[in-house]
Design a protein. Structure first.
Lengths: 469, 469
């Protein structure tokens, strides 16, 4: 992490003229209190605090543009901040500057139910969105677990449990409003479902983590609420059996809406947290969406396949309350795991590999964790070939952290050798910058750097993230 | 088209040293014959010929890199050429230079059936691909009609009849190998199904039409061949009834694999060409993919909906030969229409609008065509809100061409006012450069231009296309 020290040395004091200008613009919505800076300078990652000099609460795209223009004139960094749920150090103010908090930009701008699209301000969270559109008969499927903001989800190319059926933010974002490094406002697309009109700016900003521009509005696709939903759960004698069952399900093209893997450690944690009484063995949790007949057909096909892999205790949950209980437990797994080691923090990994290599990748990683007595769990959106190792480390023990990082590094190397990626859905942030080079090679990184230099020539947009200047 | 004249004035003679260098590299695979230059300097668009100075047939990515490096050193344009089926002047050599023909780069590099992916050289065509993978039980769904090359399909962000169910090249391209303007080779992604690893170079090059780099290899997703396929056809009293039926089908989330609209002129043309005897009224042509039960369920739901819109003659075609006959006729529509006016060329438009505005957009456009006595047909991938007006014009009659272009311009303005796009799938090329500005606005175009300048600083990559330098 040497580069962090070097970059932090570049930090300059905030010009008083800029502070005055922003205060005139925002009044009480500009904060320099220690508590507020503290809140915006820490995150769920294992990094220590890196505080912004001030926090600006924007209400409109025009305000974000004015803030960025002012900061640009002074060469001061801007870091977008949504709901603060990112995991790789994305929102940390490495060189100080202004944290632009868009959480109060939480208006639904336009619901076009007849077109299956909605446009929202960047601070709208996915739960709020689904709450506000519930009477339309539509829903927004992307579910990264945390109640993230749509702006943050677009910025990190988030996905989660439903991606196996509905895709990620990459597939579901139709258009963005973005404030560029010079404080101009661009609209990257239309509401048309497809387009060949020029460079795909939407997909360029999706996943750019605030380093090329600040996303202020997001237009996403919605889907009709399925006529029928059912969930199922079953247990396996080994992680390999569970994952091999998933591989077969995907290869057969069964359109499961969700298929989640939890290893025995994960099951033990959610049992303790949610009093579920599940067998403490590797487990798969499914959800099926469709017509009543189609859901029944999918479940029957899945039951046959898991049976071939010695699954036990295949149980249906068609009642909403039973489904909710299971999925709430899955969503609580992160917090449940934190409670397995009091005072710990989690280092979360995020590999994604071609599905045929998934069992091998998980088993080798599991063996590595066991060999080093790590307190951990493997949890995965396995239908996509994506899994997370959550390692519970003592934040005050550098050796413990180093061990977890070494396991992560070996896992990334393993995933890349299997034609996979170092991050399926969490993004790069500070944490994966070296892995990014390993994954793409210097030539492709040079191409990314050329784009960064072109769109942010003075390096004020979330500097020090994704790629080195 | 004034800018064409201006840019053509920039054309410089090819340096003999470059020609010698390329000849050493390629031998007989470098051609400067008039016939070869002619073949690569004309296309399906209404533009006149614009010939390259030479045509280079590359066999490998390394050869493409060597050609580009040599051209870069001399400041000579390079224009990628696949199967020559693009419609907007993409392959025309506006300023001369070297046409890099990748049609002989037609090797399947790696089939990973177990991961549902395949990697091919850029010159592999979609029919060749489906032929070569037929024994795997998988298929590649994207079908723009013409037997286009995968490289060209990626470069223009192509889609076609199956996109309503399977998405476009945007959603289905996992990774590319690209030669950049300085002759370096980059790989833009892995075979992982999803990734948050840095800027989305894959999606940036998809749709960039050779202006940022030359695509030499393409990795795409494959899908299990459906257990059951059936087709259905029905006729309507008006185009409005047909399109309103489609709107309802999409809003209900019925997962149709294809839904194509042909107006009465299109039906008349394919009747004449393929002796089909279809009622000469607006028609919808469906295809359903899934399990036997699911296909039957989808067809029943669709039959109910089209019935509410006064459809007549709803007919199933479950036999492969009947299905093939209908779809072959649909695919022949372009050529069938050309035969409706001997000696004509087609000017094809390509709008895409949010589905709720589709009926209105089609009906107003139809009225405009009728009012100006155009010989035309409207054909559409209507499930995506995408349709084409094919106007049969006399290539030697400037007034006829101008009239068609005026209808197109009014249609684009109409589509943009409805939150749509000027091109759903054909791309920008030479033909839509002004519309692109109208669609995105100067600020977003500036962002695109900054990317172009950063990745192609001497403007040698297919110069004069998409955006003005």
């Amino acid at each position: 992490m040497n580069h962090l020290v070097n970059l932090a040395a570049l930090k300059k004091p905030l010009p008083p003229a800029l502070l005055a200008q922003l205060h005139t613009l925002l009044g009480e919505r500009l904060s320099t209190t220690q508590a507020m800076r503290d809140h915006h300078g820490r995150d769920e990652s294992a990094y220590g605090p890196m505080l912004p000099d001030a926090v600006a609460f924007a209400h409109t795209t025009a305000e974000v543009a004015a803030i960025v223009a002012a900061c640009s004139a002074h060469g001061v960094p801007v870091i977008p901040y949504g709901s603060g749920t990112s995991l790789e150090g994305h929102t940390l103010a490495l060189q100080g500057g202004i944290s632009i908090d868009v959480s109060q930009m939480n208006a639904i701008i336009a619901i076009h139910a007849e077109d299956l699209t909605v446009t929202v301000q960047a601070g709208v969270t996915r739960k709020q969105l689904n709450q506000e559109i519930r009477t339309t008969g539509l829903f927004f499927p992307i579910d990264p677990g945390a109640d993230a903001s749509l702006g943050g989800m677009a910025a990190t190319r988030a996905s989660g449990t439903n991606a196996v059926r509905y895709g990620t933010m990459r597939e579901n974002t139709l258009a963005l409003t973005v404030v560029t490094a010079d404080g101009r406002i661009i609209r990257t697309g239309t509401r048309a479902r497809k387009s060949s009109a020029g460079y795909d700016l939407t997909r360029l900003f999706v996943g750019s983590e605030g380093t090329l521009g600040i996303i202020t509005e997001v237009t996403v696709r919605l889907y009709p609420q399925p006529e029928a939903i059912s969930a199922a759960v079953c247990s396996f004698g080994s992680a390999g059996d569970a994952v091999n069952a998933v591989i077969q399900i995907i290869q057969m093209g069964i359109p499961v809406a969700r298929v989640e893997f939890l290893d025995e450690n994960g099951v033990r944690a959610i049992n303790a947290h949610d009093h579920l009484g599940l067998p403490e063995q590797p487990l798969l949790l499914f959800e099926f969406h469709g017509s009543t007949a189609s859901v029944a057909e999918q479940a029957a096909q899945v039951r046959d396949i898991v049976g071939e892999h010695q699954a036990t205790g295949f149980e249906w949950a068609t009642k909403p309350e039973d489904r909710s209980r299971l999925w709430a437990a899955r969503h609580n797994a992160y917090f449940a795991l934190l409670q397995m080691r009091p005072g710990c923090r989690s280092i979360s990994t995020d590999c994604c590999v071609p599905i045929s290599r998934l069992a091998e990748c998980i088993l080798e990683t599991k063996a590595d964790c066991e060999a080093h007595q790590m307190i951990y769990s493997i949890i995965g959106h396995v239908g996509d070939g994506n899994f997370h190792v959550l390692m519970m480390v003592d934040p005050d023990d550098p050796a413990d952290i180093a061990q977890a990082e070494a396991i992560n590094a070996r896992m990334v190397t393993r995933a890349l050798a299997m034609a996979g990626t170092c991050t399926g859905e969490h993004g790069v942030g500070l944490h994966k910058m070296d892995f990014l080079v390993e994954e793409h090679g210097e030539e492709a990184i040079d191409t990314m750097r050329a784009i960064k230099h072109a769109l942010d020539p003075t390096n004020i947009m979330n500097p020090g993230k994704i790629i080195r200047w």
